[in-house]
Design a binder for this molecule. Structure first.
Ligand code: HEC
Ligand code: HEC
Ligand code: HEC
Ligand code: HEC
Ligand code: HEC
Ligand code: HEC
Ligand code: HEC
Length: 398
């Protein structure tokens, strides 16, 4: 729950979680290449600008009021105070600062067994889970919450770097530096969700070579917004490349135990499968006009927030077809649990929150089948066979 957030700011409303959120239309679309001003040089001007912007939504696609995030200099009006090297923030770290407002549910809930509504990225609250392993082997070691996705480092919440990956799998980004501003621009930009575009991030921890993705998201400030078949992020283009800033084309390389294409236009057979598949109980009864599944989203030039149609000719597989961007209640931020045979097994062994299945059928299996007609799993999760490596980590047979 947000305690430091001062809802008195003009234009803000208290949301259902008790935190404060400003009114703002849905996330905007763009390239994310922000015209990065030299902030230090432009201080006076920027301050005046920010004061003027105070009447609108908080980030408003640009730099918000400096004093909401920075300690301001006593002597020089509008100037951010420095500790010598770094600008002083109102919290112990950049991530803790973001969570003073975004710790109110949408991004970071309070209880991993009662997560708040889904907006698209998944929720970091699952990093607090003590076990996520619902595989068939009761003897399997527990998979604690750090496996739930991006292990953001937050001193205030006691969240530490992922001990399993010192660096981003497939890349070099150091896990000890991972926080909100690794991916989002603290000073905002007009791109999708203020994601970093090409250039240095976190004062040079890494340099992104691929631009921010094109997409449109649900309105963060709308307390009624929640992901559904009729309301979901519209992924347009470039997500895989953006993830590749830190991961390369993971799964296509040799370091991943699960190999799979990550950025590929679906062929006509795969598109037809996606359209017709309506769950294992009705694998051929679906219809192209209503086949979109937010649990298995594709990218498309024609994507819209309320689109329900299946992939057209531009429908494309991307990283977020299978993963959430923040975290989920399944290992590796899975949109569904990759390690169970039936989705109904999710949460049973571990006691973690079961990800909602899009299909009511208790026999419903892996959502890979939205694109793959293969029905040869012999009662096991797809990964039991389609993954290299230690069968002790992913047991083959119950
Ligand atoms: C939403 C919170 C937020 C707002 C609003 C904000 N900053 Fe920042 N600022 C940060 C964070 C966090 C960092 C640390 C950079 C990082 O983690 O990547 C930072 C870093 C900086 C730096 C160091 C250089 C750099 O660009 O990283 C300067 C200078 C700065 N801010 C000035 C300003 C000024 C001037 C304003 C108002 C016009 C402002 N900031 C508004 C959060 C904010
Ligand atoms: C003072 C409160 C406050 C702080 C601090 C804050 N935010 Fe926000 N944030 C908001 C509000 C309110 C919204 C919804 C309105 C808007 O988009 O401006 C929002 C929206 C967002 C969005 C969605 C934008 C979109 O395009 O839909 C992102 C991403 C985001 N914040 C990231 C961050 C990050 C990263 C930090 C830390 C550097 C941060 N915020 C700090 C209040 C805050
Ligand atoms: C700024 C760098 C950065 C970007 C951008 C990034 N990641 Fe990561 N990712 C990391 C790091 C570092 C780790 C290893 C530490 C951890 O697991 O939190 C990681 C871990 C992961 C994991 C494994 C999580 C686990 O606990 O096993 C998945 C899955 C993942 N990333 C997917 C993605 C996807 C999908 C995208 C694009 C939406 C993406 N990443 C973008 C840095 C990044
Ligand atoms: C590894 C990169 C990464 C990190 C780290 C990260 N985000 Fe995000 N965030 C994304 C992406 C990508 C999206 C868009 C996801 C989508 O719509 O599928 C997103 C979406 C959002 C949204 C829109 C609402 C939603 O749930 O979709 C907000 C707000 C936000 N992030 C804030 C934060 C804050 C605050 C932090 C730190 C606590 C953070 N993010 C850390 C990549 C990241
Ligand atoms: C077709 C679905 C699918 C797509 C697309 C996909 N992943 Fe994965 N990803 C998986 C599965 C399944 C696992 C779990 C593998 C395992 O348990 O061995 C996984 C695991 C991971 C992990 C954790 C490390 C590991 O090997 O377990 C990372 C990091 C990751 N994916 C990143 C990415 C990135 C980055 C992209 C896009 C470049 C991407 N994934 C695209 C299905 C996918
Ligand atoms: C959005 C559709 C989509 C989803 C969802 C999907 N795949 Fe795929 N899969 C593809 C495409 C596209 C190919 C490439 C096929 C080709 O080139 O003929 C592929 C190829 C494969 C292959 C052959 C790999 C190879 O190297 O030849 C396997 C095995 C596979 N997928 C398993 C899975 C599993 C397991 C999952 C779930 C974790 C999954 N797929 C989810 C679209 C998808
Ligand atoms: C019991 C082991 C097993 C399980 C479980 C399993 N598969 Fe397979 N799968 C195989 C074998 C063996 C092949 C043939 C591999 C080859 O020819 O290279 C195969 C081939 C495939 C291919 C490639 C077909 C082609 O023509 O290239 C796809 C796609 C595929 N499986 C998807 C899946 C999906 C999706 C699941 C889960 C619903 C799954 N499999 C579960 C063993 C399995």
């Amino acid at each position: 729950m947000s305690t430091n957030c001062r809802c008195a700011m003009a234009g803000q409303v208290t949301n259902t979680g008790g935190g404060c959120m400003a009114r703002r239309p849905a996330g905007s679309m763009g390239t994310g290449t922000s015209p990065r001003k030299d902030l230090t040089a432009a201080l006076g001007f920027a301050w005046a600008l920010a004061a003027a912007a105070g009447a609108h939504a908080f980030h408003d696609g640009g730099v918000a009021s400096c004093e909401r995030c920075h300690i301001m200099h006593d002597a020089v009006p509008g100037q951010v105070a420095y500790d010598g090297l770094h600008p002083l923030l109102l919290a112990a770290s950049s991530t803790d600062l973001c969570l003073t407002c975004h710790g109110d549910g949408g991004v970071m809930g309070a209880d991993p067994l009662r997560p708040p509504r889904e907006l698209g990225a998944g929720n970091f609250v699952f990093l607090h889970e003590d076990d996520l392993d619902d595989g068939p082997d009761p003897q399997a070691p527990r998979r604690p919450g750090q496996a739930a996705g991006h292990s953001i480092v937050s001193p205030a919440l006691g969240l530490t770097a992922d001990s399993r990956w010192p660096r981003a799998p497939g890349g070099t980004f150091p896990s000890s530096s991972l926080g909100c501003t690794s991916c989002h621009d603290a000073h905002g930009n007009a791109g999708f969700r203020m994601l970093h575009g090409v250039g240095p991030v976190q004062e040079g921890v890494a340099t992104f070579v691929y631009p921010a993705p094109l997409a449109v998201g649900l309105a963060v400030a709308d307390p009624n917004a929640a992901e559904s078949r009729q309301a979901h992020t519209a992924y347009v283009a470039g997500m895989t490349r953006w993830c590749a800033n830190c991961h390369g084309y993971y799964h296509e390389g040799s370091t991943a135990a699960f190999t799979h294409p990550v950025d590929e236009v679906l062929d006509s057979g795969q598109r037809r499968r996606y359209d017709r598949y309506d769950g294992d109980a009705d694998p051929n009864g679906g219809d192209a006009a209503t086949s979109y599944l937010p649990e298995v989203p594709f990218e498309a030039g024609s994507a819209t927030l309320d689109g329900t149609a299946g992939p057209g000719a531009s429908g494309r597989l991307h990283c977020l077809t299978c993963h959430r961007a923040h975290a989920s209640s399944a290992p590796a931020a899975g949109r569904w649990d990759f390690h169970v045979h039936r989705l109904a097994d999710d949460g049973v062994a571990s006691g973690s929150w079961p990800l909602p299945s899009p299909y009511p059928d208790p026999g419903q299996g892996q959502l890979c089948r939205k694109c793959h007609a293969q029905n040869h799993d012999q009662g096991q999760a797809c990964l039991a066979c389609h993954r290299r490596g230690d069968p002790g980590v992913l047991p083959l047979d119950p």
